[in-house]
Design a protein around this ligand. Sequence first.
Ligand code: DX5
Ligand code: ZN
Length: 217
Amino acid sequence: MDKIYICPSLMCADQLRLYDGIKALEEAGADLLHIDVMDGCFVPNIQLGTSLIEAIRAEFDIPLDFHLMIESPGDKLGFFPIREGDWVSVHYETDRHPARTAAKIAALGAKPLLALDPETPLSVCEDIIDCFEGLLIMTVDPGYAGQKLIPAAVGKIKRARDAFGGGIIIEADGNVSFENAEKMKAAGANALVCGLSSLFSGEYSLKEAAEILRRTI
Ligand code: DX5
Ligand code: ZN
């Protein structure tokens, strides 16, 4: 699995100019649009409501990379316009039946990924990893953009790739700077959620930042 998927984090885009931002991300070659959904219960923040997601789905073709930071996601999949080609990450910490939820996501034609908080050990995946197409490994504490990398999370990416092999998606999410992106890829990540420390740092245009990122990895 040589391809590295670039997944810009929509919550990091200019919220008043989202149409232009998504257009620019598509033109810059983004692979999927990372959609952070937060319910204010699992994480102390509320982000990206369903009406916005519906409007994006109606206007753009880019696949969506749903990151559901919500309680009981398996009961709420119907809130979202999930379709074939999307990725849907649900947190192990919020779902009492992750394997059942993975099956529901797969039945929609989307790829189920299991999301793990930094403090959640990989051992929880051992008996259910085969129900998922990959892992979303949080490299910061979930809830906010702009946080600093938890260094141990890079080692967790490597341990996950070593343990589960090359066939699964390993998506790194949090402080994916140009420098960290290189380390995360070297550790085995093949999908990168890009936010305030790379694509949306403000130092470059989205196009320039995407080019730098591609050159870096
Ligand atoms: C945090 C979200 C991330 C975040 C990434 O809970 O899951 O997707 O938006 O933003 P940066 O890259 O700035 O950490
Ligand atoms: Zn995310």
